[in-house]
Design a protein around this ligand. Structure first.
Ligand code: URA
Length: 210
């Protein structure tokens, strides 16, 4: 992927995103839409995967047919909201390996602190796709990508549903080598770090915790 930021303007993505933003959308519908949209975004973020060919027999003749090359890719979810994107992506890429990064914000230093980290082996030989629905300040996303790099990953992409310009700038500064794919570049952050116009707290909306 050459561009640092790709906004997926596909009509199905944009329509589903509008339904997700609406305050009146129920938890069940929000979750279903997230599953559907994550598959459309997965299609985009896996563009340009390395390919090879394998000889197969069709009912009529042999052919050299295209197949994915190399090690299975790694999907790495930033807990907890990342898991909402993960489920749909795994339906599309069932053999992907899966990792989790848990971070919380230290209220004194305001820095992200790791509380959980488990990723697949041989990350250096895989494409790693780090997923989190909301790229807001970018602090936890940048920290998660730091950890994934420390674990050996060299080829990383970041997938989110919504991005704020502040988060995109933070990621570009910290990880210019990590392309971002999103359904929307929203306007800005509010003073408590929520994306405007946004969709509220993605975790609360998908898990029904508020
Ligand atoms: N996290 C969310 O869930 N929503 C935002 O708007 C920002 C961060």
């Amino acid at each position: 992927m050459k561009q640092h930021l790709t906004v997926v303007n596909h009509p199905l993505v944009q329509h589903k995103l509008t339904l997700m933003r609406e305050n009146s959308t129920s938890t069940a519908v929000f979750r279903q839409l997230l599953r559907e949209i994550s598959q459309l975004l997965a299609y985009e973020v896996t563009y340009e995967l390395p390919m090879t060919t394998r000889e197969i027999d069709t009912p009529l003749r042999k052919m050299d047919a295209p197949v994915l090359a190399g090690r299975k890719l790694a999907l790495i979810s930033i807990l907890r909201a990342g898991n909402g994107l993960l489920d749909g992506m795994l339906e599309l890429i069932p053999s992907a390996r899966v990792g989790f990064v848990g971070l919380y914000r230290d209220e004194e230093t305001l820095k992200p602190v790791q509380y959980y980290f488990k990723v697949p082996e041989q990350l250096s030989e895989r494409l790693s796709i780090v997923v989190d629905p909301m790229l807001a300040t970018g602090n936890s996303s940048a920290a998660a990508v730091d950890l994934v790099k420390q674990a050996g990953a060299k080829n990383i992409r970041f997938l989110c549903l919504l991005a704020a310009p502040e988060g995109v700038a933070r990621m570009k500064e910290a990880h210019p080598d990590v392309p971002i794919v999103t359904a929307s570049l929203d306007e800005r952050l509010n003073d408590i770090g929520y994306i405007l116009p946004g969709l509220g707290d993605a975790g609360d909306r998908m898990f029904g915790t508020k």
